[in-house]
Design a protein around this ligand. Structure first.
Ligand SMILES: NC(=O)c1ccc[n+]([C@@H]2O[C@H](COP(=O)([O-])OP(=O)(O)OC[C@H]3O[C@@H](n4cnc5c(N)ncnc54)[C@H](O)[C@@H]3O)[C@@H](O)[C@H]2O)c1
Length: 433
């Protein structure tokens, strides 16, 4: 495969993974960010995010000279391909805020080489290729959509082993050129128009959010009728049309994508004249799930958490990431704190209990400690909110001794209910009593 020159604008979860993986595939990659401290750390080979395998690819790319970092977006000048991987947060009215995309495009527009290809990897609403074209102010470069489907926690694996690669382009030759970047990756390739590519990304995220909200709603039914949700999902999942993936009840969905992308899709549909009531319901069920899990903890300790200490295991929005953005754990904790609870928490992404400066505001008022056992000391109940595998293998005799009362609310149905009950714990899971 011949090496291509790629510039990746934005070195966050998606940008850094894209840059490191393209360098791994043999391309010549420069990755930019406006965050000077992040660029400094990356240049020194320090991976600023927790993502399995990413630190190795970073060091490999730097050592091989195929990956470098800069804060200057104008270095896009020499690249044949320019990936936009900047944030698209939720705007005030629920729609995606494209200001980061537009500002990056305005900055690089004047320096781009003719016939280069600018690619939206950020999640952007239908019509965004036109927004980028306008902001670039260039009629001699191509704008293509190439949405990203990686999952945090397995980002490198997902990038290098995708379920599919989607490219949306008006110009077929530009699509073929973008596809050539992925030579060496075996995956179905879908080449379509930009609007369809953009819609595929939102539809996929909305469907996954729907699957989780559906399962959480069934869990509520299970609790009401006395069924066991774990057995119900097992029985459902063996149906090949349903499948076991993403069929686990929990504290609700969160993270940096599902909440903003589901609201953005409601808005996209609304703007186009379609009331997406189904997706609105999915969002409502999710908010109710935060309430329901918090209420289970309140019930477990006798009806009020005022003045009560609750131990929490897991703060990140899912396991194997350090990402706290829109974490269900934080939603549930904020409800308990509003009821007067004190929270002592442990998360494996902060093993020494130290909170980075950029996470401090998200964790304000939470006492983050350096071990799962320390979190339990004197607490009235233990609440499990992120599915870190290591929580399953702890010494629950010791946990029972440390807690003021042997009570567990298992927000992920992660722990062994029978073994806990044998040890004298009161146990409440999601969709199982
Ligand atoms: N995180 C995911 O799992 C995921 C998966 C698929 C798609 N996406 C989408 O990808 C996009 C990026 O998400 P992310 O999670 O990587 O965000 P992020 O916040 O982790 O990273 C974005 C980076 O862009 C930088 N940045 C902002 N403006 C810039 C500019 N003008 N020039 C250079 N750098 C700039 C920021 O400093 C930040 O480091 C979003 O649209 C998101 O919806 C995210």
């Amino acid at each position: 495969m011949s090496a291509q020159t790629v510039c990746v604008i934005g070195s966050g979860y998606v940008g850094l993974t894209t840059a490191a993986c393209f360098a791994h595939l043999g391309h010549d990659v420069v990755c930019t960010d406006i965050d000077a401290d992040r660029v400094r750390r990356l240049k020194a080979g320090e991976c600023p995010i927790l993502e399995q395998g990413l630190d190795n690819l970073l060091r490999e790319g730097l050592a091989g000279g195929r990956l470098r970092f800069t804060h200057d977006n104008k270095e896009a000048a020499g690249a044949e391909f320019i990936y936009l991987c900047v944030p698209t947060p939720q705007g005030d009215d629920g729609s995606a805020d494209l200001s980061y995309i537009e500002s990056a495009a305005r900055e690089i527009g004047p320096v781009l080489t003719a016939d280069s290809v600018v690619i939206n990897k950020s999640t952007v609403p239908v019509g965004s290729t036109l927004v980028v074209e306008r902001a670039l102010g260039r009629s001699d470069v191509h704008v293509v959509s190439n949405p990203e489907f990686l999952r945090e926690g397995s980002a490198v694996h997902d990038f290098l082993n995708p379920d599919r690669i989607v490219i949306g382009a008006e110009d077929q030759s530009a699509a073929v050129r973008v596809a050539s970047l992925y030579l060496g990756i075996a995956a179905p390739l879908i080449v379509t128009d930009p609007a369809s590519a953009e819609t595929i990304k939102y539809a996929a995220n909305a469907f996954l959010a729907t699957k989780i909200s559906f399962v959480n709603a069934i869990a509520a039914v299970c609790e009401a009728v006395g069924a066991d949700m774990n057995d119900v999902v097992l029985g459902m999942g063996y149906d090949k049309r349903i499948g076991h993936e993403f069929l686990k009840p929990g504290p609700g969905w969160g993270g940096s994508c599902f909440p903003k992308d589901s609201r953005a899709l409601v808005k996209i549909a609304d703007n186009a004249g379609y009331e997406f009531d189904l997706l609105k319901g999915v969002i409502t069920v999710n908010t109710e799930q935060f309430d329901r899990v918090a209420a289970r903890a309140v019930d477990m300790v006798g009806g009020s958490v005022d003045g009560v200490t609750i131990a929490v295991w897991g703060l990140t929005f899912k396991a194997r990431t350090d990402d706290l953005r829109d974490s269900p754990a934080l939603e549930i904790i904020s409800r308990l704190r509003a009821g007067g609870a004190t929270i002592t928490a442990f998360d494996p992404s902060m093993p020494d209990g130290k909170v980075d400066d950029h996470k401090r505001s998200a964790l304000e008022g939470i006492d983050v400690v350096d071990s799962p056992y320390a979190a339990c000391e004197g607490a009235a109940a233990l609440l499990v909110l992120t599915e870190w595998d290591e929580f399953r293998w702890l010494d629950f005799d010791k946990v029972g001794e440390l807690l003021a009362a042997k009570r567990v609310i298992d927000g992920r149905n992660l722990l062994d209910r029978e073994s806990l009950r044998r040890r004298g714990f009161a146990y409440a899971g999601i969709g199982r009593v």
